[in-house]
Design a protein around this ligand. Structure first.
Ligand code: MN
Length: 290
C-alpha cells in the first residue's frame, strides 16, 4: 500500500546556531510536531544553501556538551570540522556524514573548515539529533566519519542518478553507519526524468527533505527546502523528477520511552538532566580547548 502523506512543511524562519549555522528547525520546535513525532530523530536543523563571506575567523559553535543521543551532521555544500573531548576529530565535505555518538557525554565544537572559511562560499548542511534508548544512553562516546565514497551505492537504471545509503538498507545495498536502533537514511541524487520506488516500514517515522530542485513524491509535488512528513500508514514510496533533485530520506523505528530534553541533553528523566549538569561541572565530560 502506498505510504500516506501527512503534510508538506515549508522551511520555518531561520535562526543562527553560533555564528556558523543558519538553520531552519523543522522539528521538534519549528512546527511544534512534539518531541516524539519523528522519534528516534529528535531534532532536524536544516542550513538551507546560503553564501558565507570569506573570513579568517572560523565561524561555528564553540565548546559545548552533549549526553544521551547522537549528533549526525550531513554536509551538502562547504565543509564542516569537528573536535571532541573523546579525542575524535574530522572534516566532512559535500556528500559526507559525521555520526557522533555523544552517549555518556562529550564536549565538542563544530565550525567551518579553515580553507572553506578563508575562501567563503555556498554552505548547506543538515544536523540531526538521533535519540538513544535508555539502555544505550550511558555507553561510551563514539565517532563515525563516513565519506560518500564509503557509503553503499544504488545506481538508477539509465544513469538517472544514485542513492547513497548512509544507514540501513536500500534494495539490498547496505548502509555505512552503525546505528543503535533501526534507521533508514539515504541521500538521493536524482536526474531529470528519474523514477525510483522503494518501501519504508509503516510503523517507522518517516520524512523526506528536498535539498535541491523539486520532486513528486507519491503524487505530491515537493519544492526545494520543504519537508514531506509521512503518516505512519502504508509502505510504498514513489519519487519522480522533472528536474535534477537532491533528497534526504529519513525513516526510523520509534523509541517508545519518555523524553526529557533540556539544552544539550536528551534523557529519560529530570533527575538524569540534573546529573548531566553536575557531571559537566565536575569535569566528567573531559576537556576540550576552545
Ligand atoms: Mn553540538
Amino acid at each position: 500500500m502506498k505510504k500516506l502523506i501527512e503534510k508538506v512543511l515549508a522551511p520555518p524562519a531561520p535562526h543562527m546556531v553560533g555564528d556558523g549555522f543558519r538553520v531552519h528547525n523543522f522539528f521538534p520546535g519549528g512546527y511544534s510536531l512534539g518531541l516524539q513525532r519523528m522519534s528516534p530523530f529528535f531534532m532536524m536543523d536544516y542550513n538551507a544553501k546560503v553564501e558565507f563571506p570569506a573570513s579568517e575567523r572560523q565561524r561555528g559553535v564553540g565548546v559545548h556538551p552533549h549526553r544521551g543521543f547522537e549528533t549526525v551532521t550531513l554536509a551538502y555544500a562547504g565543509a564542516v570540522a569537528h573536535h571532541d573531548s573523546a579525542g575524535n576529530s574530522g572534516t566532512i565535505y559535500p556528500g559526507d556524514v559525521q555520526w557522533m555518538t555523544a552517549a555518556s557525554g562529550v564536549l565538542h565544537k563544530e565550525y567551518h573548515e579553515t580553507e572553506f572559511a578563508r575562501k567563503g562560499g555556498a554552505f548547506q548542511m543538515v544536523q540531526l539529533w538521533v535519540n538513544l534508548p535508555a539502555k544505550f544512553k550511558m555507553t561510551s562516546p563514539k565517532y563515525q566519519s563516513i565519506t560518500t565514497a564509503q557509503m553503499g551505492k544504488y545506481d538508477l537504471p539509465n544513469g538517472k542518478g544514485r542513492v547513497d545509503v548512509v544507514a540501513g538498507e536500500f534494495h539490498s545495498v547496505k548502509g555505512a553507519a552503525d546505528t543503535f536502533t533501526p534507521i533508514q537514511m539515504y541521500n538521493m541524487y536524482l536526474h531529470d526524468g528519474a523514477t525510483i520506488n522503494f518501501e519504508l516500514p509503516s510503523h517507522f517515522n518517516s520524512c523526506i527533505l528536498l535539498l535541491e530542485g523539486q520532486a513528486t513524491i507519491n503524487g505530491t509535488t515537493v519544492k526545494q527546502d520543504h519537508l514531506l512528513l509521512f503518516k505512519n500508514e502504508g509502505t510504498d514510496v514513489s519519487i519522480e523528477t522533472t528536474e535534477d533533485a537532491k533528497l534526504l530520506v529519513l525513516s526510523g523505528e520509534p523509541i517508545d520511552e519518555p523524553i526529557v530534553a533540556y539544552g544539550p541533553f536528551l534523557m529519560n528523566t529530570k533527575e538524569e538532566i540534573i546529573q548531566a549538569y553536575e557531571d559537566v561541572n565536575s569535569g566528567k565530560f573531559g576537556y576540550l580547548e576552545d
